[in-house]
Design a protein around this ligand. Structure first.
Ligand code: HEM
Length: 455
């Protein structure tokens, strides 16, 4: 079987067995420029290049349904991060297969391409990294936050917050679209969902950036501090959750924290760690992903004024497919990992018990055998069986409806309030193998007056 080696820019055979070879030693502080590989969680120069080059590499990567990321060993303080190597699925069909077979492909042994030290479990061991039956029990419980009633309550909040964000920027004529617009809405909505007061929004924003952007020097300048920085952010969010949870005990309230604090699973209350890691999951999963969908949306709508016109000419009718297309093309979660629980075969490749298998959604959402002209941004694309929210299976994104709503409402506000907004430069990408993120995006528009509403 052949795998594509991006670093050599040519196809080369990958080993036939699933066992990682002994990884080479890497220094604690990586050299600034190594060969680009989208799956390298540490040396992520891949994302520092122009997006057209990235697309070319993703297309090449798909020439094989499965490839192998060889992994490496970090030294010094970072040696407890294990990156033994992983199979990478680049196409749509095998991702569906893996997502549908949790009994073979487990989430409980971690969801990123590297394993973190055990201290991380206290903060990051939520439902996304569990298998049934525990996963199903906890998911049922937290689903209480995503019922139609809860979403209806949030609908007003989404509209109000989007209008408020517009008021904050509309008179300026220019902005950093990510920090001034796209990041604000999901942050406020997640906080609202959990009953976190507005005074903590900036604080939550910073911790979330540290957790998902730890390999990017803008968020963690000293690379060797990566573990400490992530743990500190985890602890900070946990303490915030402690305070909020304490105020909700015995209180009947509509927010999700109240539901969780007062709920019981198998006769037991959620522990501090369970509650905190669920909060951290929401902050991280609900926040960064939606933010990046909105940011990529503006990038693509700027690149394709014809598509913008199609959408604005008939906002409601085109809205549903436009949002799906934004999530497909953005694929804010690059991949999720599973671990094989037994020996198996995938696309003819033997996979051995214990092998890491990652599903590259970004790559597979451009699979030519599923999507016509996959690199074309088409707001009326139909069908659009993208897997941006994950493949079909027990872990399918719990917040998909909420995310879709936010993206649609945000663009409705933009098209109404500052209709000529456009990106004026290239997006500055997050150096992360996990999140297809934009850190900054300059944008301009004709200034307009604030609405005379009483926010
Ligand atoms: C465009 C925005 C979003 C994208 C692209 C996205 C993507 C994903 C993906 C790929 C997964 C993992 C699927 C798997 O492992 O099979 C996931 C899981 C999850 N997402 Fe989202 N997500 C988004 C928004 C949200 C929002 C707004 C929330 C909540 C506020 C949320 C909450 C969750 C939760 C709780 C899980 C774990 C579900 C489980 O393991 O049972 N997501 N999401």
């Amino acid at each position: 079987m052949q795998g594509y080696d991006l670093r050599a820019n040519r196809a080369k055979p990958v080993r036939a067995s699933g066992h990682p070879q002994r990884p080479p030693e890497a220094t604690a502080r990586p050299a600034p420029a190594t060969e680009p590989d989208p799956h390298n969680p540490i040396h992520n120069v891949f994302w520092r290049r122009h997006r057209s080059v990235i697309e070319e590499d993703l297309t090449r990567l798909r020439s094989e349904p499965l490839t192998f990321f060889p992994g490496f060993q970090l030294s010094g303080e970072l040696s407890s991060i294990q990156t033994p190597g992983a199979w990478v699925i680049t196409r749509h069909a095998p991702i569906l297969e893996v997502s549908r077979k949790p009994e073979i492909y487990s989430s409980a042994r971690g969801v990123t391409i590297n394993d973190f030290p055990p201290e991380f479990n206290e903060y990051f061991n939520s439902i996304i990294a569990m298998d049934d039956p525990r996963h199903a029990r906890l998911r049922r419980l937290v689903s209480a936050g995503f019922t139609p009633r809860m979403l209806a309550r949030l609908e007003d909040s989404i509209r109000d917050q989007a209008a408020m964000i517009m008021d904050e920027v509309c008179e300026r004529g220019e902005c950093d679209f990510v920090t001034d617009v796209a990041a604000r809405l999901p942050l406020r909505i997640v906080c609202d969902l959990m009953g976190i007061p507005g005074s903590y929004h900036d604080f939550v924003f910073d911790q979330s950036n540290t957790i998902l952007g730890a390999a990017d020097e803008e968020y963690v300048p000293a690379f060797g501090d990566l573990i400490t920085a992530i743990l500190t952010a985890g602890e900070a969010l946990t303490q915030l959750m402690d305070d909020v949870a304490e105020s909700k005990v015995g209180v009947e309230s509509e927010d999700l924290t109240s539901i969780l604090v007062n709920a019981e699973v198998d006769g037991e209350r959620l522990t501090r760690a369970e509650l905190a890691s669920f909060f951290i999951l929401l902050v991280v999963a609900g926040n960064e992903t939606t933010r990046n969908s909105i940011s990529w949306g503006l990038v693509y709508l700027t690149d394709h004024p014809d598509q913008r016109r199609i959408w604005t000419d008939d906002f409601e009718t085109v809205g549903t497919s436009a949002v799906e297309e934004i999530v497909r093309i953005a694929s804010p979660v690059v991949y999720m990992r599973r671990t094989a629980q037994c020996d198996t075969v995938l696309e003819g490749q033997p996979i051995q018990e214990g092998d890491m298998v990652t599903m590259n959604y970004l790559c597979a959402n451009r699979d030519e055998s599923v999507f016509d002209d996959p690199l074309t941004f088409d707001v009326r694309r139909d069908p659009n069986p993208h897997i941006g929210f994950g493949g079909p299976g027990p872990h399918y994104c719990l917040g998909a409806h909420l995310a879709r709503r936010q993206i649609k409402v945000m663009f409705q506000e933009l098209f109404t309030r500052i209709p000529d907004i456009q990106a004026t430069g290239d997006p500055e990408l997050l150096a992360s193998a996990f999140i297809h993120g934009i850190k900054h995006l300059p944008a301009d528009f004709t200034p307009t007056k604030k609405t005379p509403t009483q926010h």
